[in-house]
Design a protein around this ligand. Sequence first.
Ligand code: ADP
Length: 176
Amino acid sequence: MKQIQINNTTVEAVKGDIVKQEIDAIVNAANSHLMGGGGVDGAIHAAGGPEIMADTDRRYPAGCLTGSAVASTAGRLKAKCVIHAVAPRYSSNPVCAELLYKAYYNSLIVAVRNNCTSVAFPSLGTGAYRYPLGEAAPIALKAVRDFLQKHDSITLIRFVLFDDKTLSAFEKELTQ
Ligand code: ADP
């Protein structure tokens, strides 16, 4: 576990399961069809129940573009909302880094719009989408730092990482 303070906001990296967090917004590593899948997405829908999919089907029938994020009900989860963020499938194209950055940044914008003051992120893109951790973690922290230079309503940003390798990669980026 590692924690730093950036302006008004605590930014931390913990090992754990994102669906167990008691926090305003839980970010999902979604796909652009918002169709449901494995990894974080499977865990969120399994724990949150069918209400989440019903809500995204109704509100976002066209899905969500890569690099964007949309909010839905959190169903049975202990959160105000789930924010579905779409990371890119990894390739060496530089546009990939920009899209991953935007997925994080836009999630935080959506959190503010939904009056959330605390947000839990998984490591977007580094599972099924194969983004290398050593590239993804600095992008995640750059997006968070840039966001916090312009917005101060979010008081807690927690990265909830599933394994030691992912936790270490994020802890390494958490320096004052
Ligand atoms: P993507 O398709 O964006 O790569 P994945 O869900 O496949 O997303 O994986 C993203 C990361 O989330 C991986 O590091 C994976 O191990 C991790 N992960 C899987 N389930 C959970 C969970 N319940 N809580 C937190 N992290 C999880």
